[in-house]
Design a protein around this ligand. Structure first.
Ligand SMILES: *[C@@H]1O[C@H](CO)[C@@H](O)[C@H](O)[C@H]1NC(C)=O
Ligand SMILES: *[C@@H]1O[C@H](CO)[C@@H](O)[C@H](O)[C@H]1NC(C)=O
Ligand SMILES: *[C@@H]1O[C@H](CO)[C@@H](O)[C@H](O)[C@H]1NC(C)=O
Ligand SMILES: *[C@@H]1O[C@H](CO)[C@@H](O)[C@H](O)[C@H]1NC(C)=O
Ligand SMILES: *[C@@H]1O[C@H](CO)[C@@H](O)[C@H](O)[C@H]1NC(C)=O
Ligand SMILES: *[C@@H]1O[C@H](CO)[C@@H](O)[C@H](O)[C@H]1NC(C)=O
Ligand SMILES: *[C@@H]1O[C@H](CO)[C@@H](O)[C@H](O)[C@H]1NC(C)=O
Ligand SMILES: *[C@@H]1O[C@H](CO)[C@@H](O)[C@H](O)[C@H]1NC(C)=O
Ligand SMILES: [Zn+2]
Length: 489
């Protein structure tokens, strides 16, 4: 009976503080049209949206409780919170110290294995880094984060309960991790919280260890893991973890070798999705050249947010414009003049909200509709950059910035209000995070920039050779400085 409303509501936001029983009706159907409601209202009861309607009078039989808190959002824009489907929260403490890092530098200085070997974080370091990163995301209107938590340096940094105080060690075996995962699942560590437990594994292919894969499949069933996630970096990086690797393991169908775009075909066939991390893929030069062709089975993520922006808004804008550039260039390469635009702002908006929810198998995330989680973002429609908007989706996707995020609700609770994070804990987190980040950054810098740089004749783990890029300069070329000049005319 409910329409599948996505999007954008003006005028009233009603947050009920009663503890009345919550409607558990979820909308059904997956029509992904984007409906903009102007001058409407959203009624929130506890952690759920209970009604969405035009005007100020709710449709019968909905009634607005008398003790409801009414928030005037006239001229503002209300959207579902963004969903980030790929993030490594523990790395917040590395902020800005990888601004020029290539992926090889990243693996050699900041990745989970190098960190474990040279400067493993202890439990507090992981905790404050992680939490500060989550506040950073919340501040930017991200209300759901899939954390690809590879800070598994030891029991103590992996969330075991009761917490171990053991010093971090770099030889935390996969068997120990299995035991720990089972303990976390059976202790129901996250029950009653908005957090669910998932599984991260990075070696489904090439050359998977089938006994480990089979244990992971058992673990997924045993612990009711909400998600299984992995990294895929193609081309000479060779970290494939691809749908074809899943076929080779017998987990996906096999397709005839002549199938065009077999990875996209397999994802569609098995209803699995990719998380596109646009800024990471540009920053490091990942090659995933066909992601734009499977956006119906995709969502947006961030990846190593210490090297660039954390907010899904920026990621989505970068992605939208890079898809436009790519598809325009195919026409330009034929010496034709493009007539239409390849991707719309509405499509980008859906990718950053609804598609993220569906990727996580959560019909109740990334959408404003009765039964959905009350994860909402209120945008200041009157800021200098948004002022004058007619299309609220374009206003958000192409004109807004994080500074325009005036309010954020998660599970119906205010997390940001009047542009300030309102969580009591944030002050302490900020202090402790700063201490932790300073200390971690000093450790990394003391270890030196040169650690593990590829030696003459060495090859990448995939077997392919290393190569240098041309380097551009934006100031006049100094002959004495051979770092620069390659592309400077
Ligand atoms: C919304 O409300 C404003 C002022 O209350 C009014 O001017 C405008 O026409 C309304 N828009 C719609 C679509 O109802
Ligand atoms: C980035 O590269 C420039 C030029 O080599 C260097 O001066 C700067 O320190 C580097 N920054 C980081 C964070 O590595
Ligand atoms: C981990 O194991 C390697 C090789 O087995 C060893 O060289 C290293 O010292 C160990 N590290 C720690 C922290 O135990
Ligand atoms: C790690 O955690 C598991 C399960 O919680 C426990 O059995 C094991 O003894 C712990 N190991 C260490 C070194 O604390
Ligand atoms: C697979 O992993 C298990 C557990 O770590 C290990 O004992 C086994 O030797 C591995 N098998 C292969 C073929 O590497
Ligand atoms: C997984 O779900 C099943 C069925 O819903 C339940 O019986 C079981 O206790 C759950 N296991 C865990 C570890 O949550
Ligand atoms: C694929 O998964 C989505 C998200 O859970 C769901 O809405 C959809 O019905 C699924 N499609 C199929 C064909 O199973
Ligand atoms: C890349 O350039 C540096 C500096 O010129 C040089 O030392 C290094 O050998 C080059 N690496 C490769 C793989 O060409
Ligand atoms: Zn990642």
């Amino acid at each position: 009976m409910h329409t599948n409303r996505l999007g954008v509501v003006l005028s009233r936001l009603l947050v009920s503080v009663t503890r009345a029983s919550v409607s558990s009706t979820l909308f059904s159907g997956a029509s992904n049209s984007l409906e903009v409601i102007r001058n409407g209202s959203v009624l929130v009861t506890d952690d759920r949206i209970t009604s969405v309607y035009a005007g100020t009078s709710p449709p019968s039989p909905v009634s607005v409780p008398s003790d409801v808190e009414e928030v005037d959002v006239t001229n503002k824009i209300v959207t579902p919170g963004f969903v980030d489907t790929h993030h490594h929260g523990w790395q917040t403490a590395y902020k800005t110290i990888g601004s020029n890092a290539s992926l090889v530098d990243y693996f050699n200085r900041f990745g989970e294995f190098l960190t474990a070997q040279f400067y493993p974080f202890d439990r507090d370091e992981v905790y404050y880094s992680q939490v500060a990163g989550l506040y950073e995301a919340l501040n930017a209107g991200v209300t759901t984060t899939l954390d690809h938590a590879h800070h598994t340096f030891s029991n103590s940094t992996s969330g075991s309960k009761p917490p171990s105080t053991a010093a971090p060690a770099s030889n935390y075996t996969i068997q120990e991790q299995f035991v720990n995962h089972r303990a976390i699942a059976s202790n129901a560590l996250y029950s009653g919280t908005p957090t669910t437990l998932g599984i991260v594994y990075g070696s489904f292919g090439p050359n998977p260890n089938t006994s480990i894969v089979s244990t992971i499949l058992d673990l997924i069933r045993e612990s009711n893991a909400s998600v299984l996630t992995t990294h895929s970096v193609q081309g000479p990086f060779g970290i494939t973890n691809s749908p074809e690797d899943f076929s080779a393991l017998g987990l996906f169908d096999s397709l005839p070798p002549t199938t065009p775009l077999p990875h996209a075909q397999l994802l569609r066939q098995h209803n699995h999705t990719i998380s596109i991390t646009p800024e990471s893929e540009m920053h490091y030069g990942h090659t995933n050249p066909t992601s734009h062709l499977i956006q119906d089975f995709a969502s947006i993520g961030v990846d190593t947010h210490f090297t660039f922006s954390t907010d899904i808004l920026t990621q989505t804008r970068l992605w939208l414009q890079s898809v436009r550039r790519l598809l325009y260039s195919q026409v330009l390469d034929r010496w034709e003049v493009p007539v239409n635009s390849p991707m719309s702002a509405n499509q980008a908006f859906l990718l950053a909200t609804r598609n993220g929810g569906l990727s996580l198998r959560r019909e109740d995330l990334g959408v404003i509709a009765p039964g959905a989680k009350a994860d909402l973002v209120i945008w200041d429609g009157a800021s200098p950059d948004m002022l004058g908007w007619r299309d609220p989706v374009a206003a958000v996707i192409l004109h807004a910035n994080v500074g325009d995020v005036e309010g954020v609700l998660v599970d119906g609770k205010w997390k940001k209000r009047d542009r300030k994070i309102v969580d009591d804990k944030y002050g302490e987190v900020r202090e402790r995070f700063l201490e932790v980040a300073r200390w971690i950054q000093e450790r990394v810098i003391a270890k030196g920039e040169g650690i593990g740089l590829p030696q003459e004749g060495e090859r990448f783990q995939s077997g392919f050779e290393f190569g240098n890029t041309s380097v551009v300069d934006v100031v006049p070329h100094d002959e004495a400085d051979d770092r620069y000049g390659g592309l400077f005319l």
